[in-house]
Every structure is written in C-alpha cells, then in structure tokens.
Design a protein around this ligand. Structure first.
Ligand code: SIN
Length: 564
C-alpha cells in the first residue's frame, strides 16, 4: 500500500448513519458521561470525580456485567524481581507483529506497575505466595512471570468487585444501569454535545432520553458477539465502536480480532459465550495434544505451548483441518486435583459443569473470538478525532496491541489509559455545546438477522480468511444492512453488529497479507513492504471506507539486545 492511500469499498448496501429511535422523552445533564462499567469505565469515573463536576456512568446491564469480570488469567505488569518495563515492552512489541504504537506501549509498561499498585490500594485482593510476595504467573508471549492474579483464576471478578465497591462508596457519581447508548449528539461542527440513551425496564427514567454533556468517555468493551462463538458476554455487541463510527470517529485495526486458542469446545451447536480455559493453565504446565496424543506445539515456536496467541490458535486450526476434527485437546491432568482446586477453581467448576473433569480427562478446546485489538482510534491520552469523545479499554485502539494483543495486557490497558484520560480531560472540557440539527440518515436493521450475521462472520471472517470468503461476507452483510427492522434494543444491537462487521470485513479484505491475528490463506506471508501500517475506517455516506496509514518502524531487535 502507498502511504495514506484511500480505498473505497464495494459494499453495495448502506449502513445507518444514526439509529432510528424515537424523540427523547426525557433529558438530563452531566459534565462527563462514561459509557461502560468494566475496569476502564470505572477507573475513568473514579479518577474524574472531583475534577469535573457531575460524572454519569451508563452501563447496558448491571455494573458488573461486562467483560472485566470474566477475565481469568490476570493483569500483566513488570512487578517481579528482575523484571523491567523494557522487557514487558519488548514482549508486547513482538506479539504486536510490527504495528504497535511504540509510544503507547512505552506508556503502558512504564505506568503499569504503579497503576496495579493503586488497584491494590483500592482494595483488589491479588494472590500472594507463601513468602508474602505478589504471586506472578506466565502466559503466552511473555518471557517472565509477570501476570498478577486473584482468586486463582478469578482476577477480573475480584477487580470488578473492588471497583464496584469504590463506585458505591462514591454517591457523587451517578450510575444509570440497563441503559443502551444509542447515538452521540453533535454540534454543528461535529463535536460532542451529548448522548442519547435507551433506558430499559425499571427506574425513574424509561425509554429514549438525552443527556447533554461536555464530554463522553467510551469504555463499552468489545465486539465478540459479532461471531457465533466468543468468550465475551452477551453485552459485547460493539455498541461503542458503532456509535463512534456513526459520529465520524476513525476505527483502526479492526481486522485484528484475537481468537483465544483454548476455549472449551461444547459441540457444533453451541453459540454465544463459551467457557475460556485460561492461558495461565498452559502457563502452569498444561499442553496441547492432537487426537493421536501428539504434542503438536513442540518445534513450532521456541515457546511451544506458550507461543503468542496467534501462533497457537493457527497451529490448533491447522491441526483441526489436517485431522478433520472440530477441536484439539488440552492435557492438564498432571497438575493434580489439589493444584486444580487451589489455582483454577472457576475453570475446574465450569469444565465439570459441562461434563469434563480436567483432573482426570483431556479438555476439548478450539479457538474462539476473544478480543478486539482494534477499535476507536485514540492518541496517547485517549482522545478520538471527534472533539469531546475519548475512548479507553477494548472499545479503543490506543496502539498498544498492534496485530495481536499480548496476554493479560488488556486489563492493564484499561487501567493505564483511563488514568491518562482523567489526567487531560478536565483541562480540555469546553462549555456545553448546543446540539445541531441531525442530518444523518437514520435506520435500523431487523433483529432477526443476528444469527445469520454471526454465521457469516464466523465462516468467512473468522480465524482463516480469503479474498473469496471476504467478498462473499461483504455481499451478505450488505443484504443484512438492507433488511429494515423495528426500533428496540435487539434491533439496535443487531444494527451495531452489522455496522462493525461491515467495517471489519472491509479492513480484512484490504489487508492482503498474514500478520498477527489476521490470517489470510491466499496471502500466507507477512508483507512489510506493503502492509506495515493500519487501516483506518470511517463511514462515508453510509459506507465503510478505509485509508491506509503506515506505522512508524519499531526496532524491537535493538531493544532485545539491550534488555537481555
Ligand atoms: C486468559 O486467561 O487466557 C485470557 C487472558 C487474556 O485474554 O489476556
């Protein structure tokens, strides 16, 4: 690709430029609205309070329902003896396959240890070893033990518990639960003037309403429900990314969707959220085997079963194809009953609830959608290109993940970049802007097409992609986009899924190479001359249009020489 070349798309159908929704029946005001209540959203809210007047947190379900509470492995930071931020930085850059933003990665790894200590001071109880030191484990792509964990394999749940407790102890932060963020209100210059919400069910407010505000912080998580099988909860329907796209924001690196290698396989008809078998299980010694019992990761990568996630997911997929099987196996029997019960109680209970006892049996595993490395493009301080719109956590693309997120860097990203937003946002708050007349074309897609959208994405835009499959996916998505539906939460979510799918498939079609978590069977090699950069997608007249932007080169080898 040439620098900054713009490539239109052949998507024949158009996407809504705003969601069709009734006129707001109620209104309120805040200084800052935070959308989302995981580690990123609650950290932003807690750190903004007292600095900006009224902070309003909006969450689609209850406060604890997002992705954070499902995180098992932990949170990565250079906390152990002998470890350094530089070594964490190198592992992050290597996993990111040449397209990380080096400055963002530097911020992540250098500010990470302090941010984790603050989380501990807030009340999050991490696991400690017998000598009283923080207990640290290892996951794929890390060359050190640097993953702090809690409750064995319940790290996210413990962090979420501590953050929710802190929010509940801060009555000055208003919380609206069961509220879907519909669209941004913009002024005549395209800057944030507020946000419309649909509040579901009980409470003082009901139905669509408008919140006038001076800034919005998106922390609404990922897009896992775009695919038929995912580790993400049901709320992860890409709402924040879709809302931002409709408001003129740039979405970056969308094609880099991480498929977690070891998601428990529950059979061909199992859809929606699937049980994760944390990489930390392999970090503690478990290994993959095929149907003949062969340890197929050995010899594939120096880190074998703990190679970066994309390498393991590809190896599993290849072996599944070679053997004509729908899954491979994880062998963790040698860890023993006592270790399983102490170190991985949640995974043990979940596996047993599905009829597999990991203490005595192999666990069937297959890759499934796990994490969106891309999202709303932000700078080092969480600012998007839309004035007044910030983004943090999985909804954002801060540049730290590149083409493949390093394990357990996601909780850390939410923590570090929410702190950064809280550092700059108060000084950047302008006066309340007046919402202009909204000329965007409204629409909504029928809720009933959701399973078909997910099937298209899974079959044609999943782990293994090709030009033919991607072209067919975009045709099919255009058909879904042109299927009108009735206003309501299910249809709005489906519209968001279709919009994000179309943008993702567009970027995936244009990236004619294999890099990180983007795997093209028709372009199996990484092509640094052509594609060492990012596809930025915006919505133009209802169509996703991508622009290629080269990445600054990162000299990982030189850094490796310094660090090791
Ligand atoms: C895992 O525990 O394997 C997931 C951790 C992560 O996604 O970073």
């Amino acid at each position: 690709m040439t620098p900054s070349s713009t490539v239109g798309t052949a998507l024949p159908g158009t996407l809504p430029e705003r969601l069709a929704a009734g006129e707001p029946g109620w209104s309120t005001e805040a200084d800052v609205v935070v959308v989302g209540s995981g580690i990123a959203g609650l950290t932003a809210a807690l750190r903004l309070r007292g600095q900006v007047g009224k902070v309003l947190v909006v969450t689609k379900d209850v406060l604890s329902a997002g992705s954070t509470q499902w995180a098992q492995g932990g949170i990565a930071a250079a906390l152990g003896p002998g470890d350094t931020p530089l070594e964490h930085e190198i592992d992050t850059l290597v996993a990111g396959a040449g397209v990380c933003d080096a400055e963002a990665v530097r911020a992540l790894v250098t500010e990470g240890p302090e941010a984790v200590h603050e989380l501990i001071a807030l009340g999050a109880n991490f696991d400690h070893s017998d000598d009283g030191e923080l207990s640290l484990t290892r996951e794929g792509g890390h060359h050190r033990d640097r993953i702090a964990h809690a409750g064995g394999d319940a790290t996210g749940a413990e962090i979420q518990r501590a953050l929710v407790a802190a929010i509940e102890a801060a009555p000055e932060i208003e919380v609206v639960q069961h509220a879907l963020a519909v669209d941004l209100l913009l002024d005549d210059a395209g800057a944030v003037a507020g946000i419309t919400l649909h509040v579901m069910g009980e409470g003082q407010r009901d139905g669509v309403g408008a919140v006038r505000c001076r800034a919005v912080v998106l922390a609404s998580g990922g897009l896992g429900q775009v695919f038929s099988q995912t580790t993400n909860p049901a709320v992860s329907t890409g709402d924040g990314m879709a809302l931002a796209l409709r408001a003129g924001a740039v979405l970056r690196d969308l094609e880099f969707v991480q498929f977690h290698p070891t998601v428990m396989y529950l059979g061909p008809d199992s859809t929606g959220q699937q049980p994760l078998i944390s990489e930390a299980v392999r970090g503690e010694g478990a290994f993959l085997v095929d149907f003949a019992g062969d340890r197929f990761m050995q010899g594939q990568h120096p880190l074998a079963d703990l190679a970066p996630r994309d390498v393991v997911a590809k190896a599993i997929t290849r072996r599944m194809h070679e053997e004509g099987q729908p899954h491979m196996w994880l062998d963790a029997r040698h860890l023993g009953k006592e270790f399983w019960e102490r170190r991985f109680p949640t995974i043990l209970a979940t596996a047993r609830s599905h009829g597999v006892d990991p203490v005595t049996e192999l666990i069937p595993v297959a890759p499934a959608c796990h994490y969106a490395s891309g999202g709303v493009a932000t700078d080092l301080w969480g600012r998007s290109n839309v004035p007044g719109l910030y983004a943090t956590g999985e909804v954002a693309c801060s540049g730290v993940h590149g083409a493949n997120r390093l394990a357990s860097n996601s909780l850390l990203e939410g923590l570090v970049f929410s702190r950064r937003i809280a550092h700059v946002l108060p000084g950047e708050l302008g006066e309340q802007r007046a919402a202009g007349e909204d000329h965007r074309v409204a629409g909504v897609v029928a809720a009933g097409v959701r399973p078909a959208v997910q099937a298209t994405m899974t079959e044609r835009v999943g782990v293994l992609r090709s030009a033919d499959g991607l072209d067919r996916a975009r045709d099919e998505l255009a058909g879904y986009a042109a299927t009108p539906g009735e206003e309501g939460t299910a249809a709005w979510e489906t519209t968001n899924l279709v919009s994000i799918s179309a943008a993702l498939a567009t970027a995936a079609a244009l990236r004619e190479e294999t890099r990180g978590s983007h795997w093209r069977e028709d372009h199996p090699e990484r092509d640094d001359a052509g594609f060492a950069g990012h596809f930025d997608v915006v919505l133009v007249d209802g169509r996703p249009v991508a622009t290629f932007r080269p990445a600054a080169a990162t000299d990982v080898e030189a850094q490796q020489a310094v660090a090791r």
